[in-house]
Design a binder for this molecule. Sequence first.
Ligand code: G3P
Ligand code: MG
Length: 255
Amino acid sequence: MIASRIIGHRGAAALAPENTLAGIRMAAECGVRWVELDITLLGDETPVLCHDDELDRCTNQSGPLSFLSAIDLPKLDAGVWFDGSWANEPMPHLSDALLLCQELELGLNLEIKPHGIDANIIARKVFEEISVYWHQPEKLIISCYEQEVLSAYRSFDLFAQLGLLFDHLPDLWLLKAQALQAVSIHCDCQLIDQDEIKQVKQSGYDLYCYTCNDTALGKHLIESGVDGIFTDNPTLFNSDEFRGHLQSQSSGQPA
Ligand code: G3P
Ligand code: MG
């Protein structure tokens, strides 16, 4: 489970370039205890933090990530697109992100972005990196929109905490969660309703909603039983009023 109500989305994507080491540091500075990061593979199967399958939006280069190898990483600037003051921020290798999160005592929801890569290949690669570089299994949730990828990950690790990602909660969500022995359900905060929140919670799963950048909506979701929200801007939820509100909720989880 994610022992925190507020989860920094892609690090702290509104405050620092997403899926970078600087973004992870920013999230920690904002006081969050967990971050969500996206991982995909370069063409040579190097695991890197990146949401997209192309370089264009979040780096100073263009083209598919599948055309790159580890030797190309030093040429990439994953910060300057966000703001010149973040120039020279690298696209992180997954291992560096894992080590930094642990150094900062952050929990991690690692979202696998397959982008058409074979489920077994990407799941195995992530599993291998986690096996070497991550030492607190209770502070890690692996999530993905693709059940096949989570299923492959489960075949490598019987005990991993898996989170099923959906836009809108589908009818067969419970069967899918049971098949994977998932611990959590992750849904779009704009699409979930009260009845669905109740269903997930009554079935014994944790429920996390993305991406909430609105304090009132965040408060409403937590009041409705959602366990945590992903936000690009954790400072929106740093007020004493919001923290007091979180403490007053029944589960007693820290903010
Ligand atoms: O993991 C929650 C959320 O990040 C899923 O959507 O597109 O922001 O990765 P996306
Ligand atoms: Mg994500």
